[in-house]
Design a protein around this ligand. Sequence first.
Ligand SMILES: *Cc1c(COP(=O)(O)O)cnc(C)c1O
Length: 301
Amino acid sequence: MFNIETPYQIDEIIDPLFSSKGIKMSIARLDLIHSIVSGNKLFKLHYFIKEAIEKNISTIITFGGAYSNHLVATAYYTNSIGLDCYGIVRGEEPDNYSHTLLNCLKYNMKLLFIPREKYDDKNKNTLLTDLNLTEFKSMVIPEGGYHPLGAAGASIIMNQLHKNNYSHICTAVGTATTLAGLLQNVTPTEKIIAVPVIKNMNDLESRITYLSQHKQIPTPVVFDHYHVGGYAKKNDALLDFMNNFYKNFSIQTDFIYTGKMLYALYDQIKNNYFKEGSSIACIHTGGIQGNLSLPADSLFF
Ligand SMILES: *Cc1c(COP(=O)(O)O)cnc(C)c1O
């Protein structure tokens, strides 16, 4: 079972590039928290689950696509503490379930498939009524944990990082919930760097405002243009980078989030964005199971 108090591993990455620039880089290994479940997702879920327990709620309902890391994380977390969980999946039921959906089933999630048009109404209660999900006491967790409670959970990731006096802390950005959490718990000497994995993420500021309930928090540095064409898009340069990174450091990355984050950091380091003396921590959020959707010869790990 996930315990938010358990310290996670932090590794320093020793690369001649970094010493030549006079900087240090560490990687917070949230990927090691669980082999299938993304570490940041468990942090995001923490306060939802806490509230569900406090309110004696027996059933969690959440949403996601067929490859959603959030879905499998919610299945895992709820199952580990004996809560029932429904996963409402975007799109018709496939003939062959994705690895993600198979893992959701393994963790006893009940899957309900709905057509894309209806899924777009997922914030409307009519959908839950249609699916007969209003008969019991339940809690709805938004897709991706995109909610102030999700950000509050993610903010706890920072507690351990404060001890090491990093100048920069970097994360990949999907819904921006993790990012908002980091920003909510930053010291004046820490700068947060965001690497969006989605093309044209123009609403980052309003997302952070919502997730932080209009609290005054610092703004992140955004390394844009590393989405490689958009969400879940890839190119040879990215896959080569991931293969090389694994060859050098034996650390697996995923092509949707953490590969792009590290690729961005390396590029910015080469281009001298970071001053000498900088000490960077990047957050390995996990997501490795997402690589199973790649053609078999794309990565050699
Ligand atoms: C979901 C996810 C993210 C993005 O987190 P957000 O809070 O949605 O921005 C980053 N990395 C991995 C591996 C993820 O699964």
